[in-house]
Design a protein around this ligand. Structure first.
Ligand code: SAM
Length: 290
């Protein structure tokens, strides 16, 4: 199906968000190709800047990507007392890498992305995110995050799964065996943070992902961010910690306003960190948090 009709891209998915769609006015299709794993399209839009689409699902837009990238990165990193070694799974646009390397305590970052073409094209068309790959802290592997995890034991302090939605190559990253592998790959006290969808779209799916996490992590939480280009304008993160007593909503590292500005954060502050865990009552009930 041609996803750009009369100059408008419409994000239609009967599987992921039936009966609704978000549309953007496209001024130019910059690139499209079919990689080994997915359809990749990069478009210029009238009001959201450049947009990365995988299988016709919006991954990130120039206008609002910072909201997602900053929260999925800083929530687990700032909740950890010593986040020296970080693993990113997915994240081929480089935006999460860009945020993770900013943190002064992070010394080494390993990233495993399944599709090398997403990385190459992001470097060519989306340099404002792909600049994350340039840091000397970074080490990138092209491969499947699920398979990669099987070969790593007690190695990382924080694991961030910046995956596409649970269709295609990303399905395994939302299921219980993956949470077990992540648990094994963490050092004591380790924290994971995974793209966890929005409860406005499918609260049952969010709950199932949290339950899968809860089978291996005794301390599980959900935080949310406002991101206008994601379905229903919001997205959430499933966060698990090996340490039962850690309060994930309480940042261990608190940034001053000066530090926030110096590090270039536009969404994340220590207050936003705490507030991200405060959920509406109906969501607390739907996710089994009360
Ligand atoms: N922020 C985006 C969102 O929430 O939709 C995700 C952005 S990032 C581009 C998602 C990346 O996950 C894609 O580049 C995709 O190739 C990668 N990915 C999907 N399945 C994967 C897997 N099994 N292992 C590693 N990377 C995977």
């Amino acid at each position: 199906m041609n996803s750009v009709v009369k100059g408008w891209f419409s994000e239609i998915s009967d599987e992921l968000w039936p009966g609704q769609c978000f549309s953007l006015k496209v001024t130019k299709v910059l690139h499209e190709e079919k990689s080994e794993f997915q359809d990749i399209k990069i478009v210029e839009t009238e009001t959201y800047g450049r947009v990365l689409l995988l299988d016709n699902v919006i991954q990130c837009t120039e206008r609002d990507e910072f909201a997602y990238q900053e929260l999925i990165s800083m929530i687990p990193i700032c909740a950890h007392p010593n986040p020296e070694k970080v693993l990113i799974v997915g994240g081929g646009d480089g935006g999460v890498a860009r945020e993770v390397v900013k943190h002064p305590k992070v010394c080494k970052v390993h990233q495993v992305e399944i599709d090398g073409r997403v990385v190459d094209l992001s470097k060519e068309f989306l340099p404002f995110m792909a600049c994350g790959f340039d840091s000397p802290k970074m080490n990138l592997t092209i491969g499947d995050g699920f398979e990669f995890m099987k070969n790593h034991k007690e190695e990382f302090d924080v694991i961030i799964t910046d995956s596409s939605d649970p269709i295609g190559p990303a399905v395994s990253l939302f299921q219980e065996p993956y949470f077990q592998l992540m648990k094994n790959a963490l050092r004591p006290g380790g924290i994971i943070c995974s793209q966890g969808s929005s409860f406005w779209i499918d609260a049952q799916h969010v709950k199932e992902t949290m339950d899968a996490c809860g089978q291996h992590f005794k301390n599980v939480s959900y935080a949310m961010a406002m991101v206008p280009s994601y379905p229903c304008g919001s997205i959430g993160f499933v966060i698990g910690c090996l340490d039962k007593k850690s309060k994930l909503s309480e940042p261990v590292h608190k940034f001053t306003t000066e530090e926030v500005d110096k590090l270039g954060f536009r969404y994340y502050t220590s207050d936003v960190h705490k507030a991200a865990f405060v959920l509406p009552r109906f969501a607390e009930k739907a996710l089994g948090l009360c």
